[in-house]
Design a protein around this ligand. Structure first.
Ligand SMILES: [Cu+2]
Length: 84
């Protein structure tokens, strides 16, 4: 019984790790973008657009669409000229 539980724990652990590797990236990238945008001119069209992309990335992340979220966040970072 203990062995079965240990095996189950490992399998669940691996599944979570694989799933969250990308999932964990979204908030990091979004935060990176927001921090960078905070130091820039908030009235600039470029910054406004990037912030709206970060909002979208955050929404995608909450929907569990992490790959799309990462893509969106990366595009925002690129627009802001943030080095990754
Ligand atoms: Cu995510």
């Amino acid at each position: 019984m203990k062995t079965l539980m240990a095996v189950t724990a490992v399998v669940v652990g691996l599944t979570l790790t694989a799933g969250t590797a990308t999932a964990n990236m979204c908030p990091t990238l979004v935060k990176q973008g927001r921090d960078a945008a905070a130091k820039m001119d908030a009235t600039s069209d470029k910054v406004k657009k990037a912030v709206s992309m970060l909002d979208k990335a955050e929404a995608l992340h909450k929907d569990g669409k992490h790959a799309d979220s990462v893509k969106q966040a990366n595009e925002a970072l690129e627009l802001l000229g943030v080095k990754k």
